[in-house]
Ligand binder design. Structure first.
Ligand code: SF4
Length: 330
């Protein structure tokens, strides 16, 4: 299948007064045309940095993209000028931020805010802007006559729908949704995700869905990437990961859930803490928490290796270097 976004060996760091924070280390990621990729990991693993990196929204300073490529339809976004990137942002790649409730301007009507997004990429006659604004509201299930109301007159779920309408206004090819439903209650979450699923199919938008909720991944994604301490540690189709997870961290994430069929699907933290990104361990980043850690894990850094189909894992247990241990590790 054709890729629309291809992140290669991306490395991002933040320079702080106390030292250099390694936020992303050698991240490789592929998003296929029309598909949804779930990016799963704990808080601080690098999910939002990756999303902002793709949008070229990492503040510099303190952020620095140390190396890598972000190929959108073969074009390296890291080499584009600011004007070209502004054109791509919103029109080609759109993002819904982690806290959508604060993304709306309280002193503008929702109609004005959608119209602003419509006009951000070119002048249009007033009548067309009004028409497009109403269409977008209808698309996300809000009666167009509410276009003159202010954000405070909307419920949380409705505000989130407005945010989605703004993000989809220019019919972007890629939508990056960073924890889009975390602030909503469970029923509304389900409705908003259902709406996003439906719109994505209808508009054939590819989506990078950032979440720490495996239930959301199971219901919405085609592919999954598990991120830990700024590295992708496992990648594959939803089926490959859910049926045959290999990395001890991924296994920890799944086994720490009471049951995938129960309503509570938040990740329960695995014993221990993610390493301080300023002082990452030399070998495998998960070695301090891994019950299968071997000497090699503390000394050498494992590479991603294919274990079948599109399934890849970053772990010495699955690199054929220590086959007998590999048996023990499963
Ligand atoms: Fe555990 Fe070693 Fe695999 Fe890292 S490489 S996850 S420490 S077994």
């Amino acid at each position: 299948m054709q890729s629309i976004l291809d992140v290669r060996e991306l490395e991002v760091a933040y320079k702080t007064q106390d030292g250099v924070v390694c936020a992303l280390n050698d991240v490789d990621l592929v998003l296929h045309e029309g598909e949804t990729l779930g990016l799963v990991g704990e808080t601080g693993a690098g999910k939002t940095t990756l999303a902002k990196g793709i949008m070229r929204l990492i503040p510099s300073p303190p952020g620095i993209v140390k190396k890598g490529e972000i190929l959108y339809r073969g074009k390296n976004l890291l080499q584009l000028g600011d004007d070209e990137m502004r054109e791509i942002r919103g029109r080609e790649i759109s993002m819904i931020f982690q806290d959508p409730m604060t993304s709306l301007n309280p002193v503008m009507t929702v109609g004005e805010q959608i119209a602003e997004a419509v006009l951000a990429h070119g002048e249009l006659p007033k009548q067309e802007v009004i028409q497009k604004t109403k269409q977008m509201l209808e698309l996300v299930g809000i009666p167009p006559e509410r276009s003159d109301e202010y954000p405070h007159q909307f419920s949380g779920g409705m505000k989130q729908r407005v945010i989605i309408a703004i993000a989809l206004t220019c019919n972007p090819k890629i939508l990056i949704a960073d924890e889009p439903t975390t602030a909503l209650d469970v029923t509304i979450q389900a409705q908003v995700l259902e709406l996003m699923r439906e719109l994505r199919k209808r508009l054939n938008t590819s989506m990078l869905l950032i979440t720490h909720d495996l239930g959301v991944v199971a219901q919405n994604c085609d592919y999954v990437a598990i991120i830990y301490a700024g590295e992708i540690v496992e990648y594959g189709t939803v089926m490959e990961i859910f049926k045959d997870m290999r990395h001890p961290y991924t296994i920890g994430l799944f086994t720490s859930l009471p049951s995938l069929n129960k309503a509570v699907r938040r990740l329960i933290p695995i014993e221990g803490l993610m390493p301080d990104p300023m002082y990452l361990p030399k070998g495998c980043k998960f070695s301090e928490r891994c019950k299968h850690a071997m000497d090699i894990c503390r000394e050498e850094h494992p590479k991603m290796s294919r274990v079948g189909g599109e399934h890849k894992v970053r772990c010495f247990l699955h690199q054929g270097q220590v086959p007998s241990e590999a048996e023990n590790g499963r």
